[in-house]
Design a protein around this ligand. Structure first.
Ligand SMILES: [Zn+2]
Length: 218
């Protein structure tokens, strides 16, 4: 039974990973969260993640991933690079090459240290922002590689993989966490907690999803 097992949630303090954290708390006996610090544009992201982990009584790990910033300057890590959506098959300026490869691999190393079998990530192919490392095939392939590399049987869970943003809000609602996720999480590229700036691509996606969900809910 999953209820007897331990899980690590890759956690950024945003809508998706917070919903995953609530999902994990309902699914597993013991849950810990890990945030990666790669000098993301908003330090507030980390404060926000810590606060949520604290609220939910979850053991919290913060791992230093500054090397990622050193290797991959991009709109999420450098204030002087503009946030742009990808055009003509290009990746958006927010893409950090190798980010989920690195994060999930380090999450697995942490999982092996704390005795967790399950790793949860909020990646999603449906509202896919053009990031190749959010695809199901990538996650499944990495799961195999990680297990081979450590001779373990980790299971990477992606509860949001096939949900659109409205359905992700629905999942939060099913977990009795809609208001919490709405008020406490940070997804805005301009660093505004909750409903955000309303203008950036991330806020637009979040708001459209919420509006669609609330329309259907009534
Ligand atoms: Zn915003």
């Amino acid at each position: 039974m999953l209820k007897d097992e331990k899980a690590i949630v890759v956690f950024s303090g945003g809508q998706d990973s917070t919903t995953c954290l609530f999902w994990a708390l309902k699914t597993f006996k013991e849950v810990e969260a890990v945030t990666f610090n790669y000098n993301q544009r908003h330090k507030l992201e980390i404060e926000c993640a810590k606060e949520i982990a604290n609220d939910l009584n979850v053991r919290y790990h913060l791992l230093d991933m500054n090397l990622l910033n050193q290797l991959a300057p991009n709109a999420l890590t450098r204030a002087d690079i503009e946030i742009k959506e990808g055009e003509d098959g290009e990746l958006p300026s927010t893409f950090v090459p190798g980010r989920n490869l690195i994060f999930l691999s380090f999450a697995a190393i942490l999982a092996s240290q704390v005795g967790a079998k399950h790793i949860i990530t909020g990646v999603c192919e449906t509202d896919f922002s053009g990031y190749p490392d959010c695809r199901d095939a990538f996650v499944k392939s990495l799961n195999v590689s990680i297990n081979l590399s450590m001779d373990k049987e980790f299971v990477i869970h992606t509860p949001l993989m096939w949900l659109d943003k409205a359905e992700t809000w629905g999942l939060a609602d099913d977990l009795n966490a809609l208001e919490y996720v709405r008020e406490k999480t940070l997804t805005c590229y301009n660093g505004i907690i909750g409903d955000g700036c309303g203008e950036c691509p991330s806020c637009k996606l979040r708001k459209n999803g919420l509006d669609n969900y609330l329309l259907k809910r009534i």
